[in-house]
Design a protein around this ligand. Structure first.
Ligand code: SPV
Ligand code: MG
Length: 290
């Protein structure tokens, strides 16, 4: 079954699909090996890996090329974070086929103005576009896909923008009417209350997608029990794990004045060579180098 078909089936089969953030193909490979269902092509992570804010500082092509590299590396579906769609509905019409051709199985597009600001920052600049305008962008995305199994997720930022549940529900319903396959509802509240209340009020017409970064106490079992959520995205745990691990090792090397102590604590060179796909290259050598 194609990656697109697998994601489409997973979205609607009543089980919870898990996606781990990745900002490069190595991260994606580690996430696949760990058993996640798919990869989240996070704009936050990619921005962080370039040490710039998650605010459309990076170009679309930088993100697109990383998605192409990630999709080529793993056999699990990739959900691409296209932020606000890099422009208006016309831009979306041109962009979606490019993400599809790059190997993504889904896009998530959010209803904020361009350039966006990151969602989880306290006091971020969160402005939403008109509902009708975003419906046009969703409809453009749906029509632009060439494979009907390519999933279009509309992301509601009304709770992030402090506009309340009624506005969030209104927007979610409007985006479903425009053809969205799923609704990502995002919250930065430190408890799950706001999200749980939204889920309760949600019609359930299409599945929801959650990113529980701010309310980590909500487990996969809790989310699955709610019944209306198709996908849980772990939005930034790769870059946070990497930053923490690197900082720790770098500081120890400076403290120790050498690498003897850290050597046992970090993956061996052979481990990394394995992750590089060395085995496959040796097979090619054996077959074709004469
Ligand atoms: C991302 O990972 O880029 C996201 C999720 O869009 S969040 O950062 O929580 O907005
Ligand atoms: Mg993002």
């Amino acid at each position: 079954m194609s990656k697109n078909k697998r994601l489409r089936a997973a979205l609607n089969d009543g089980t919870l699909f898990t996606a781990m953030a990745a900002h490069n193909p190595l991260v994606a490979k580690l996430a696949e090996q760990a058993g996640f269902g798919g990869i989240w092509g996070s704009g936050f992570e990619l921005s962080a890996s370039y040490a710039v804010p998650d605010a459309n500082i990076l170009s679309m092509s930088t993100h697109l090329e990383m998605m192409r590299a990630v999709a080529a590396t793993v056999s699990i579906p990739l959900i691409a974070d296209i932020d606000t769609g890099f422009g208006n509905a016309v831009n979306v019409s041109y962009i979606v086929p490019q993400y599809e051709a790059a190997g993504a199985s889904a896009i998530v597009m959010e209803d904020k103005t361009f350039p966006k600001d990151t969602s989880l920052r306290a006091e971020g600049r969160q402005e939403l576009v008109r509902i009708e305008e975003f419906q046009g962008k969703v409809a453009a995305a749906v029509e632009a896909r060439t494979d009907k199994d390519f999933v279009v997720v509309a992301r509601v930022e009304a709770l992030i923008a402090g506009q309340g549940q009624e506005e969030a529900i209104r927007r979610g319903q409007a985006y479903v009417e425009a053809g969205a396959d799923a609704i990502l509802i995002h919250s930065k509240q430190k408890t799950p209350d706001e999200i749980l209340s939204f889920i309760q009020a949600w019609s359930g017409k299409v599945p929801l997608v959650l990113v529980p970064t701010a309310y980590p106490q909500l487990t996969e079992a809790d989310i699955a029990a709610l019944g209306k959520v198709g996908i849980v995205i772990y939005g930034n745990h790769a870059i946070r794990a990497a930053a923490g691990a690197m900082r720790k090792v770098f500081e120890q090397i400076r403290r120790d004045g050498g690498i003897a102590n850290v050597d046992k604590e970090i993956p061996a060179v052979a481990d990394i060579i394995g992750l590089q796909g060395d085995k496959y290259m040796r097979e090619l050598e054996a077959r074709f180098l004469r």
